[in-house]
Design a protein around this ligand. Structure first.
Ligand SMILES: [Zn+2]
Length: 308
């Protein structure tokens, strides 16, 4: 497997007429590309989300917080920039996205996927398949365009059955908790608009040839991760079962963004052990430097070794 990180400069084309294009600001895109045989995988950025540190680190016991964060070179008082790394897989005629980012309606620092794809000369109509890890806004909301039509008009869309059922259940908006009611409303609106266009699959399914679904619940009820190929010739798309470096050092702690923190912690411990022992290269949606790296065992805990 060959891994390279490159930097592109493009002009932001969205909503700007051709005549105005030379005046549009240049934007830089860092893209990490992995190749193995005829398989090409790019980590494409949808932007980032900013979180207050008190929210993100709230689940770390106060007595341990300062030491733990300083051991990871994290400033405990600084706004946390959580990257949004979308996996783009190209093999033969297939162009596959794992999640689609948030589109324009979530936070102003995200929703950049289409521009990022254009830096790689991939257009929305080129995408043949979109596979979702889960229904949170930063993964799902970019699925529709400004007119509520599918943004990737030629793509087959797929989501895990348990996850689809959760976000299309009319009682979810009442049970999810006040601070996440907008997540429920936003997912319901999009999944309703898509109707039968969203195909469903179960744990263990081969969603496409060589791509297997692995149920990793806790962050959301039906969260899915994906094995692409084999450990030495492929990549494991984690989604959000681990979202920050703290999760490697203390996988037993729930995180502030987990739906079921205890179940998420159990999934995280099991999966990190498996990925370390099997030697997978992983692509993590919210992990640093494009999210590509390896999981290493560190005694009872783990570390993330970035490959960028
Ligand atoms: Zn996420």
């Amino acid at each position: 497997m060959h891994i390279a990180r490159r930097f592109f400069l493009t002009r932001t084309a969205a909503l700007i007429s051709a005549a105005a294009l030379p005046l549009a600001p240049l934007r830089g895109w860092a893209v990490t590309t992995m190749t193995a045989g005829d398989l090409r995988i790019d980590s494409v950025s949808d932007g980032h989300i900013e979180f207050p540190p008190d929210f993100v680190f709230s689940t770390i016991p106060e007595a341990e917080r300062a030491d733990l964060l300083s051991s990871l070179n994290i400033d405990a008082k600084a706004v946390v920039h959580s990257p949004l790394n979308i996996t783009l897989l190209r093999q033969g005629d297939r162009v596959v996205l794992f999640d689609v980012g948030s589109g324009p309606d979530f936070v102003p620092t995200a929703g950049r996927l289409v521009d990022a794809l254009s830096a790689l000369e991939v257009l929305p109509e080129d995408v043949t398949d979109v596979i979702f890890t889960h229904g949170h806004p930063d993964h799902l909301w970019g699925v529709l365009d400004d007119f509520d039509e599918p943004l990737f008009p030629n793509a087959v869309l797929k989501m895990g059955q348990v996850e689809f059922d959760y976000w299309t259940d009319p009682t979810t908006i009442d049970t999810i908790g006040e601070e996440r009611q907008s997540f429920a409303a936003g997912a319901m609106r999009r999944l309703t608009a898509l109707g039968d266009l969203m195909e469903r699959f179960d744990d263990g399914a081969e969603v496409l040839p060589g791509i297997r679904a692995v149920m990793t619940p806790g962050h959301t009820p039906g969260h899915m991760s994906f094995e692409i190929g084999a450990p030495d010739q492929g990549v494991f798309v984690t989604g959000d079962f681990v979202t920050m470096l703290v999760g490697f050092v203390r996988p037993d702690l729930g995180t502030a963004t987990d739906h079921d923190p205890a179940l998420a912690a159990q999934t995280r411990q099991t999966m990190l052990a498996r990925l370390a022992d099997e030697g997978w290269t992983v692509l993590g949606y919210h992990l640093p430097d494009g999210g590509i790296g390896r999981v290493r065992r560190e005694g009872d805990a783990f570390s993330f070794e970035s490959e960028a």
